[in-house]
Design a protein around this ligand. Structure first.
Ligand code: GSH
Length: 227
């Protein structure tokens, strides 16, 4: 059955990008409604209980949270499959998405904020070190599984969840990032990232000019003290 899908987006949001990747990978027709997060419209606040994007409006019904949206897309559009068939492997997939959400994205956010704002000392070193530890653990996992994608031979929701982080991290390498935090310091992650960022759906979901746009946004946030 055909559904009417509208993705409510902020154009450089990494969480929106996860859902864009899945929609593009599955070649599902959809429209996109961009909003300004600094000035959220009332209609958006009525749809999004936490005031966050993405929201996917499916036949008029709003669904929020990127990974909930992506699992819904997997159920509505099972081809190509983006979760393994076996229950234990599906659980592993979900767990590595949570790892990205809880161990990688918050440390990455704080690191990017510090780098964009030119902070030094503990304010920079602490999030970078936290992220380094999280990436080292993921690097060992990707190496152990042998690629080409995170879980192995199948491109999954895990790849869709990590790709926006990898894109942003690669783009920020020019911002005075120490060598030991660059993707080159994590060979399995680097290999996976270059393959993933070149993959059709992931490349098509690129918001463009992500480095400078992200740097402006983060520097503004740091200046407002809203980190
Ligand atoms: N856990 C959420 C996180 C979404 C999120 O944090 N979105 C940010 C933009 S990238 C947002 O809407 N923030 C609200 C705000 O800035 O007020 C998800 O995975 O969808």
């Amino acid at each position: 059955m055909a559904h009417d899908l509208k993705l409510v987006s902020f154009d450089i949001c990494p969480f929106v990008e996860r859902s864009r990747i899945v929609l593009l990978e599955k070649q599902v027709a959809h429209s996109i409604d961009f909003i300004d997060l600094a000035n959220k419209p009332d209609w958006f606040l009525r749809l999004s209980p936490m005031g966050k994007v993405p929201v996917l409006v499916v036949d008029g019904r709003p669904v929020f949270e990127s990974m909930v949206i992506n699992e819904l897309l997997e159920e509505l559009y099972p081809h190509p499959a983006m979760l393994p068939a076996e229950p234990l492997a599906r659980a592993e997939a979900r767990a590595w998405v949570v790892y990205c959400n809880d161990a990688v994205m918050p440390a990455s956010y704080r690191s990017l904020l510090a780098l964009a704002a030119g902070w030094t000392g503990e304010a920079l070193a602490k999030p970078l070190e936290e992220l380094r530890g999280a990436l080292a653990r993921a690097d060992a996992e990707v190496a152990r599984r042998g690629g080409p994608w995170f879980l192995g031979r199948q491109l999954t929701l895990v790849d869709a969840a990590w790709a926006p982080f990898l894109r942003r991290w690669a783009a920020a390498e020019e911002w005075g990032m120490p060598e030991q935090n660059r993707l080159a310091a994590f060979p399995a992650l680097q290999n996976w990232a270059s393959r993933l960022l070149a993959h059709r759906s992931v490349a098509a979901a690129d918001p463009g000019e992500i480095g400078p746009r992200m740097r402006r946004l983060y520097a503004e946030r740091a200046a407002r003290g809203s980190g």
